[in-house]
Design a protein around this ligand. Structure first.
Ligand code: CIZ
Ligand code: SF4
Length: 303
């Protein structure tokens, strides 16, 4: 009841402010439900770029709101919880990336979108978990530097044996913590389930997957698959979106569920306060923005 009252207050404020509310697939269910759009970071950024709204309220983590600001420079971008960062994105800085790159002259840098705007700006091309293999393949080079996720880098390397993928030693604490044993236990418990694994997991966990997919790809797969039961190995917020996308199917998490504490910092109360006050704002300096945009646009051109 309290949630319903808050949600209608938020919708009213959003209308008054001409704001669009974007929520990531890992957000709390009630935050997903109040949003205009729910999706992965790139899908939401595309919504941000195409919106007719004046204000973008980004319920996610900081790098995602920055990406929205990169793609929609004329909009006011705010996020309900400014402290919601991404530990993996924080594992590399533009200065560290520049030093690494100087050790590998001429080798292109591919950067996962889970990174700060300044790290994107110091990269050649971005990728998401959905298109990382395609982006690296399209470069048609014998070697790439890949930052910051070592596990996504391993997945790309396994798909493209002809490319030497040199990985930065970053990782997502939520996905990297999952053990192969925990996945096998869930598979034993649900023997007819299809196992969908996010490529931020370790290689031995990825090896147990029926499919290795980004969150948007998992949503599509759940609706399309012949299977009616799934073991889902990614942040548990996606379960809410999966159950909405395929209401008659069953989705199982691991015994110890996977939660990203940063994603859960955003609450309905904070969304309300943010839409009301139109802060905290997220901005990207113009010079950083231009170079980061170039890296994102190169990715979008690849597909
Ligand atoms: O890019 C995103 O939104 C993330 C962090 C996960 C995914 O696979 O969609
Ligand atoms: Fe970062 Fe992992 Fe949380 Fe995603 S789930 S925001 S990669 S820490």
């Amino acid at each position: 009841m309290r949630d319903a009252g808050l949600a209608s207050e938020i919708r009213g404020l959003a209308k008054q402010r001409n704001a669009v509310i974007l929520a990531h697939n890992y957000q709390r269910p009630e935050v997903q439900d109040v949003a205009d759009f729910v999706g992965d970071s790139l899908g939401l950024s595309r919504q941000a770029a195409g919106t007719g709204a004046d204000v973008i309220v980004f319920a996610g983590v900081h790098f995602m709101a920055e990406t929205a600001a990169i793609l929609a420079p004329d909009k006011l971008v705010v996020m309900p919880e400014a402290r919601a960062g991404c530990p993996m994105a924080d594992m590399i800085t533009a200065v560290k990336l520049a030093a690494w790159r100087s050790e590998w002259p001429g080798v292109p840098v591919v950067t996962y979108v889970n990174s700060s705007a300044s790290v994107k700006a110091a990269s050649d091309v971005c990728c998401t978990s959905a298109n990382a293999v395609e982006v690296v393949r399209s470069l048609d080079v014998p070697r790439v530097l890949f930052a910051p996720d070592r596990n996504l880098a391993s997945w790309v390397a396994s798909q493209l044996p002809e490319v030497d993928v040199v990985a930065w030693n970053g990782f997502c604490p939520t996905h990297d913590r999952v053990s192969a044993e925990a996945v096998m236990e869930a598979q034993r418990e649900h023997p007819s389930a299809e196992t969908l694994v996010h490529p931020e997991c370790r290689p031995e966990v990825v090896a147990l997957a029926d499919r290795v997919l980004s969150t948007s790809q998992m949503l599509r797969r759940a609706a399309e698959s012949e299977a009616d039961e799934f073991v889902i190995v990614t942040e548990e917020g996606l379960l809410h979106a999966l159950r909405k996308a395929a209401p008659r199917k069953r989705f199982h998490t691991l015994a110890r569920t996977m939660t990203c504490p940063n994603m859960k910092l955003t609450t309905l109360e904070k969304v309300r306060d943010c839409v009301e006050a139109l802060e905290p704002r997220v901005t990207v300096p113009a010079d950083v923005r231009e170079r980061a945009l170039a890296a994102v646009e190169r990715m979008v051109a690849i597909g």
